[in-house]
Design a protein around this ligand. Structure first.
Ligand SMILES: [Zn+2]
Length: 282
């Protein structure tokens, strides 16, 4: 098992054994864990991972297009954050976006907040959509405590379905669908769950419902899934083109999840640092 791979499609690593390269437990070495930030602050370990990635026998170009970097990948946590202090704003303020209220849970309407720079980019993306289409905003900022709850609930479901899985395996699998709390882009106000709607606010067919899990959708929640209709694929293409052009990046296991300025964005775009770290809503 290659270290670089264990957080991608290949989840068959024997997490009960020390990882063979560093002879550390997976928890402190390669696996997604709460100890990760400390572990991966060690430059020498990080360097090993970079080298490990370079001695792959597969062609590099092929790897770039096929490999999905999961949110739990050590490379994501290794990105440093240089918090720029930009404020969270309420996306409902100018009524320029359609806002779905299914995620409204608190008096502050935390779900409807985003960093100002992310909202600006969403509005730019919307302006590029074909006539008759609009963005439908579903969820932005998520308080760290709520992120923890989402992650723990999903991990508990996986654990119940797969009692034979080691804790690290459960955590890696859960990270395909819910970001580990310590690096969650939603808790930084940097991520948005968004879809397309028509002029009347009706959601367009995107191939799965928003927030469909990989298990329930047979992987159709992955942006590049081929088990969806031509129409859904076309809609995903339109959404993707508009948001990418505006500077956001997609999390490839969830067609609806986009971000700007967070660690995942920095890793995918080659930015030196992330601009937004997790925080509380004032
Ligand atoms: Zn999301």
């Amino acid at each position: 098992m290659r270290h670089r791979r264990e957080t991608g499609y290949a989840l068959e690593a024997d997490f009960s054994q020390p990882c063979e390269r560093f002879q550390l437990s997976w928890r402190t070495c390669c696996c997604p864990s709460q100890a990760l930030t400390d572990c991966w602050a060690v430059d020498s370990l990080l360097q090993h991972v970079i080298e490990d990635g370079q001695d792959d026998t597969e062609p590099r170009d092929d790897r770039v297009t096929t490999e999905i970097v999961l949110m739990s990948d050590p490379k994501v946590a290794a990105v440093s954050v240089q918090e720029c202090g930009e404020r969270l704003v309420d996306v409902r303020r100018d009524s320029l976006l359609l806002v779905d209220e299914r995620k409204w849970q608190d008096s502050a309407g935390a779900f409807a907040h985003l960093r100002e720079g992310v909202l600006d980019r969403l509005l730019k993306a919307q302006a590029q959509l074909p006539q008759g289409m609009r963005l439908l905003f579903v969820e932005g900022y998520r308080p760290p405590s709520l992120q923890c709850r989402y992650f723990d609930e999903y991990a508990a479901r996986l654990r119940a379905d797969h009692p034979e899985w080691a804790a690290e395996h459960v955590r890696a699998a859960a990270s395909r669908y819910v970001s580990p709390p310590e690096i969650a882009p939603h808790s930084a106000g940097a991520a948005v769950d968004v879809t397309l709607a028509d002029d009347g606010g009706r959601e367009l067919d995107m191939g799965t419902r928003m927030n469909a899990t990989p298990e329930e959708s047979a992987g159709a929640c992955y942006m590049q899934a081929d088990n969806i209709s031509d129409k859904a694929r076309s809609h995903r293409g339109i959404l993707s083109t508009a948001l990418t052009t505006a500077g956001l990046v997609n999390y490839p296991t969830e067609w609806w999840h986009w971000s700007y300025g967070d660690r995942y964005w920095a890793l995918q775009t080659g930015a030196a640092v992330a601009l937004y770290g997790p925080g509380e809503l004032d």
